[in-house]
Write a protein that binds this ligand. Structure first.
Ligand SMILES: Nc1nc2c(ncn2[C@@H]2O[C@H](COP(=O)(O)OP(=O)(O)OP(=O)(O)O)[C@@H](O)[C@H]2O)c(=O)[nH]1
Length: 696
């Protein structure tokens, strides 16, 4: 496929659009209020008060009227809610922590959460309508000019986010006891992933995981709601309700009898903290394996040298854009191909900088396995595994939540620590704890000391520098990975990672990992959520024209018969008889990570599902779960804290292609982010149809 200058990578700026979601608080609340029947922005004060109780503005707990501070979190009762005139008008509610409310009965966790807050004038509260259950709150906005100073949740969250919770001792993330995979389905795990070629000229970001596929049932179709407006198509798709559920007919060509070139495709994500050496390692591997010819490498060296960034020469093979090179960081997922002895490897080089985690999610969620690159240098390694802000830890949690259970840890920059076995052992011991807590089994982790810069232990054993190390080289470790099962027998389904429009040729292409089934030129496909049909004109895999591509392959699908504006990143290409659901109200089973700000009803989030990312709002905290059994231990909790497992409901701002995890893993895995951090991981357990939403 031509991917030249005339091509428009329509999704290349997707992360920047996220800012839009976060800056539109009121617009979002308008959306929210209009989407939740009975929710109004102009409730009277009386409406929101329930006789005999007052609701804590922070944790939403309904306290008895006689309490002067919240029984759960210790925050003083807001003077607007109750006459607090007995108190000094200038009293600081956060003295609740300092002493005034020490006898309020605040829980230990609440104390730890609030104890570190500096004394300050409280942020004015959000009040909720007292309700029988904790369904979507009614948010009361400042009625500007009338003295009502109540504000919204975002401000509240900001107030807490801006505090330093350094005294909070949070338990380490423990993902898999059981993991979302295990919570939802017992046993079978199918990995996923996808990527694209960079070295050959195509650059992209990817994502998606799981390999399931869905057969539409009458229940499924009931969940289909209106199309997202950004697709340019606002028609509803309730007419997708199938009068009869078709059977998917398998044909002989769909099932591979043997792999044509003897090699299977392995999608391998390179993840890790910023500057750990991911791009350098990837570039070095490509060069050693002959995918970057000497002349090309020489060109990178010269250019990098001219810009005073000589050490980035190998990284430049992956980091192609001017901005990436100027800043010396990866911003989008670089994709490259090479062959190992066993695999046709699709390398997905992820950005490590925290600002680009959404891109990392998009790319790495398609991984069958991952290389976690860590910088062995003193201080750098420690920063990466830090619970707050360390991308070694965050990437590990994310990659595990995508269903990846095999990981190679490349302990890089061993040259900086003089190839010290002691340092390697320290890294192994500390990071091993993190990996195990994320659910990786020791037997699925390979520890490989390397130096990308000095080419040690990549293709050949490092007999001198790493003479103490008897294990695999990096390439051997890659060949030791197991290929996940592929689902060829289901209808084709491909989350769209990227849309490429060629203006000059009037051609439109979609890129992604085919999660299930098989496709070939001439086949009709359905594009969701626009519900346009198109015909496959041609296919590319590993930057080669291909006659058939099958589940697990990262592909470029050139389409005809469809307008480019009907295709969006985060959409799905599927079989016309098996449309995927499009929905905006979801029930999720989640594991909360190391957060310092509790998740509340009304919390605004960014939701990531395959390549879709949207603003979302928590509308119900249904239950807390026992992490071991998955059984509900508490109904309707007031808030969610670090490490808790829970069932929640969210409303997504614009409907997305989504499926219950038990029916389709690729469309059912969820990451929730807030304020630039991943705060929870999980799966979709239920799509709540519009009728059900209305009742709520
Ligand atoms: N000494 C030493 N430096 C290295 C090694 N590998 C990478 N570096 C340097 O580390 C810096 C960052 O390298 P990159 O490859 O850009 O790191 P990255 O992890 O891809 O960075 P992001 O994608 O932006 O997170 C560069 O200056 C590299 O030259 C190594 O093995 N030894």
């Amino acid at each position: 496929m031509s991917c030249g200058a005339e091509s428009i990578l329509t999704s290349s700026c997707v992360l920047f659009s996220l800012a839009k979601h976060y800056s539109c608080t009121h617009a979002f609340l308008d959306f929210y209020c209009s989407s939740v029947p009975g929710t109004s922005r102009t409730q009277s004060k009386e409406e929101i008060l329930k006789t005999g109780v007052w609701r804590c503005p922070v944790c939403t707990y309904d306290n008895e009227d006689s309490f002067s501070a919240c029984d759960i979190c210790g925050v003083l009762r807001n003077h607007l809610v109750k006459d607090n005139s007995k108190r000094n008008a200038s009293a600081d509610p956060f003295d609740a922590v300092g002493g005034t409310c020490k006898d309020s009965g605040a829980s230990k966790m609440a104390w730890s959460l609030f104890a570190s807050l500096p004394k300050q004038t409280p942020i004015n509260s959000v009040l909720f309508e007292a309700q029988e259950n904790v369904s979507p709150p009614k948010i009361i906005f400042p009625s500007r000019g009338n003295g009502n100073t109540r504000t919204d949740f975002l401000e509240l969250n900001r107030a807490f986010s801006s505090q330093n919770f350094h005294k909070v001792t949070l338990e380490p993330f423990k993902f898999d006891s059981p993991s979302p995979d295990d919570l939802v389905s017992n046993g079978l795990r199918t990995p996923k992933l996808y990527s694209k070629d960079k070295h050959t000229g195509i650059k992209e970001k990817g994502l998606a995981s799981g390999n399931g596929n869905k057969l539409v049932t009458s229940d499924d179709t009931a969940n289909i709601v209106s199309l997202p407006s950004k697709s340019g198509n606002t028609k509803t798709i309730s007419d997708l309700k199938a009068t009869s559920i078709p059977q998917y007919k398998l044909e002989k060509w769909m099932i591979p009898d043997n792999v044509e070139d003897g090699l299977n495709q392995l999608n391998l994500a390179i993840v890790g903290h910023v500057d750990s050496g991911k791009s350098t390692l990837s570039g070095r591997l490509l060069h050693l394996l002959g995918r970057i010819i000497t002349e090309e490498m020489h060109k990178y060296e010269m250019e990098a040298k001219q810009q005073g960034k000589r050490s980035f020469a190998f990284a430049w093979a992956l980091d192609e854009s001017v901005e990436e090179r100027e800043r010396g960081i990866t911003m989008t997922v670089g994709v490259a191909f090479f062959n190992s002895r066993r695999y046709r490897v699709v390398l997905l080089d992820s950005p490590g900088h925290r600002d680009f985690v959404p891109n990392m999610i998009s790319g790495a969620s398609q991984a069958d396995a991952a290389i976690l690159v860590v910088d062995a240098s003193i201080g750098s390694f420690e920063a990466g595994v830090d619970a707050i802000g360390g991308q070694t830890r965050e990437h590990t949690q994310l990659i595990r939540s995508f269903g990846v259970d095999q990981i190679i840890v490349a302990v890089n920059k061993m040259d900086v620590v003089h190839y010290s076995k002691e340092r390697f052992d320290v890294v192994k011991q500390k990071l091993g704890t993190v990996l195990r807590s994320c659910g990786f089994k020791d037997s699925s982790i390979s520890w490989i000391p390397v130096s990308a810069m000095e080419n040690q232990n990549l293709l050949n054993p490092s007999d001198v520098m790493l003479s103490w190390f008897q294990g695999n080289t990096l390439l051997d470790a890659i060949d030791s990975l197991q290929l996940p099962a592929r689902d060829y027998s289901k209808p084709p389904l491909m989350p769209i990672c990227e849309v490429v429009k060629s203006q000059s040729q009037g051609q439109v292409s979609v890129c992604g990992k085919l999660e299930s089934g098989a496709i070939r030129p001439g086949l009709k496909v359905l594009i969701m959520p626009s519900r346009e049909t198109a015909t496959i004109r041609s296919l590319e895999r590993d930057s080669q024209v291909s006659n058939i591509v099958r589940a697990g392959d990262n592909v470029i699908v050139n389409l005809q018969g469809v307008e480019g504006n009907h295709l969006i990143t985060g959409g799905v290409m599927c079989h016309p008889d098996f449309p995927v659901p499009v929905a905006n109200h979801l029930e999720l089973k989640i594991v909360v990570l190391d957060i310092s700000t509790p998740i509340l009803i009304g919390s605004q989030l960014e939701i990531h599902i395959h390549h879709a990312k949207e603003a979302a709002r928590v509308v119900k905290l249904s239950s807390l779960l026992d992490p071991k059994t998955g059984k509900a231990t508490k109904k309707l909790p007031r808030c969610l804290l670090a490490k808790q497992n829970a069932v929640v409901e969210v409303v997504v701002q614009e409907s997305i292609c989504v499926e219950e995890y038990s029916k389709c893993r690729a469309l059912g895995r969820v990451s929730l982010r807030m304020s630039g951090r991943t705060i929870a991981l999980g799966v979709v357990t239920r799509i709540i149809n519009s009728e059900e939403s209305k009742v709520k």
